[in-house]
Ligand binder design. Structure first.
Ligand SMILES: C[S@@+](CC[C@H](N)C(=O)[O-])C[C@H]1O[C@@H](n2cnc3c(N)ncnc32)[C@H](O)[C@@H]1O
Length: 412
């Protein structure tokens, strides 16, 4: 164990924590967390670290079982310790089984055990009663884990080629099917519901683009005031959660908000969309020209990462055909990977899209090449310490200007 390294990590941690305590800066909080993670790694014995890492799926299983046994709704509002008997009564389940599951969750700081076999919730346990959190856990457990287990076998069978065909990803190998992952979800309604819940939770604590991107200046200022014209079309927008947040943030913005997705997804979202006045359109972005022409914004979040460049170009071709040069903008909200030291979430999401649909996360250069290959001119907007960026693209207009005056690489 390198004690000098530990001293230096501890000093860095204290500096970041002091910065966070001073002005609650997100940059300092994330830096402190990164330093603490490194410090923990440096303090761990390597053999113990490997053992812990390999046992990690047990914690995930315990979380799922605790959810299934309805532990979290009982715990979430508790102000006094809840006994194992009370928790077991919720399902009901065997108290000894509940105790064994809770033991693991306590060791992982998901719940507290202030007295033997009696529990209090942490902030994580309190979150586990909300639909997006439950969906995230359930979709990853029920749909992704079985595929994950088969992925090494699949990669060996394909001689370690990078998966690029969405019809031949680890998902198809696992389930022996010949449809893409999203069509497969549409054929399995319970899995589709879990996935759409997961999508609602995927943004997690990262802020909505409307909260930091200069929407007023870059989108609304030049938007047509005609109420019949589309302002934002969210393509592959799931249940429309990003549009709903946009609507809340900009209630007086002119024009229609339109959600486009596969028929089963639009059907699932229909009543919520109607209630908000968002137009739902059943649309397959590979098969058809986009029915909404000349919108101010064609918005995609976490869609292009599902597809290889080849497939993405088909999708982009339909968007480009629908865009009006000098007016329409393509807005992509996705991870823009750094050239080195990508974060845990970048790497894990990259694996998730790889196994599900042969997708991939992209660096700035990869995004630039992809978008320029279909004639678009991208401007990158990134926030400090947050891999989730906005790529705003326009079509070139006849006089050679692109209609944007943002700075490539602007940090906001
Ligand atoms: C990873 S999810 C992203 C959902 C949403 N944009 C978000 O960030 O929460 C991808 C979305 O693309 C949709 N999708 C997949 N294939 C599609 C297709 N061929 N046509 C239209 N939508 C599709 C899925 O149904 C899903 O809602």
């Amino acid at each position: 164990m390198d004690t000098q390294q530990i001293q230096s990590l501890w000093a860095n941690t204290q500096t970041s924590l002091a910065g966070f305590q001073k002005d609650q800066s997100e940059t300092c909080r994330k830096e402190a967390l990164a330093q603490i993670t490194k410090l923990q790694r440096a303090l761990e014995q390597p053999k113990d670290a490997i053992l812990k890492l390999s046992y990690q799926p047990m914690v995930f299983m315990a979380l799922k079982v605790a959810h299934d046994m309805k532990v979290f709704p009982v715990l979430a509002n508790a102000t006094a310790p809840v006994s194992v008997k009370q928790l077991a009564a919720a399902k009901p389940a065997n108290p000894l089984l509940v105790e064994r599951i809770m033991r693991l969750l306590v060791s992982f700081d998901i719940v507290e055990e202030p007295e033997p076999s009696a529990y209090l919730p942490t902030a994580i346990a309190k979150e586990m009663v909300n639909r997006p959190a439950i969906g995230t856990m359930e979709s990853l457990f029920c749909e992704f884990l079985p595929i994950l287990q088969k992925t090494p076998e699949y990669l060996a069978a394909t001689n370690y080629q990078n998966p690029e065909d969405p019809m031949r990803a680890p998902l198809q190998y696992t389930h022996n099917v010949e449809i893409d992952g999203f069509s497969w979800l549409c054929e399995h309604p319970a899995a589709l519901t879990r996935f759409n819940d997961f999508m609602e939770g995927q943004r997690a604590n990262r802020v909505h683009w409307g909260d930091w991107f200069p929407v007023q200046e870059r989108i609304l200022a030049g938007a047509d005031s005609n109420p019949e014209r589309a302002l934002v079309v969210d393509i592959g927008g799931g249940r429309g959660h990003d549009l709903m947040l946009f609507q809340k943030r900009f209630p007086d913005a002119p024009g229609k908000l339109v959600l486009e997705d596969l028929p089963s997804v639009i059907d699932e979202a229909a009543s919520d969309l109607n209630a908000c006045g968002i137009q739902g359109v059943k649309y397959d972005f590979f098969k058809e020209a986009n029915p909404v022409k000349g919108a101010r914004v064609y918005y995609f979040k976490f869609v292009f990462h599902d597809w290889s460049d080849e497939k993405a170009r088909v999708l982009l071709g339909h968007v480009v055909d629908a865009m009006e040069a000098g007016y329409s903008k393509l807005v992509i909200e996705e991870y823009i990977l750094p050239d080195r030291n990508a974060e845990f979430l970048h790497g894990t999401t990259d694996m998730a899209v790889m196994i599900f649909c042969s997708g991939l996360e992209r660096t700035r250069q990869q995004w630039k090449s992809l978008l320029e290959s279909v004639g678009l001119q991208p401007t990158f907007w990134t926030r400090e310490n947050d891999g989730l960026g906005v790529i705003e693209s326009v079509l070139p207009v006849a006089n050679g200007t692109n209609g944007t005056n943002g700075t490539n690489g602007a940090a906001h």
